[in-house]
Design a protein. Sequence first.
Length: 87
Amino acid sequence: MRRISIEDFIEQNAKYFVGYERESEITRIATEIMADGIKEKDAFHIASAIYSGCEYFISTDKRLLRFRTDKIRLVSPVEFISELEAE
């Protein structure tokens, strides 16, 4: 049931693409994230999500889930579904 909920959510919301024309702004955000010790690739993923206005960044990477910012919530898939079900 959780897997189906996640797949449905992704299908309904994965509509935005962050292209190269936004590279300078994404790089600025990613650089700030990397200053907190986040690896470059992860920082760019999070920066793209922030730039796109996402409320959540879903990951299973426990090290990455420890990163905190007021710009986006980093949660595990289980935490995400639990929050959706609580609404």
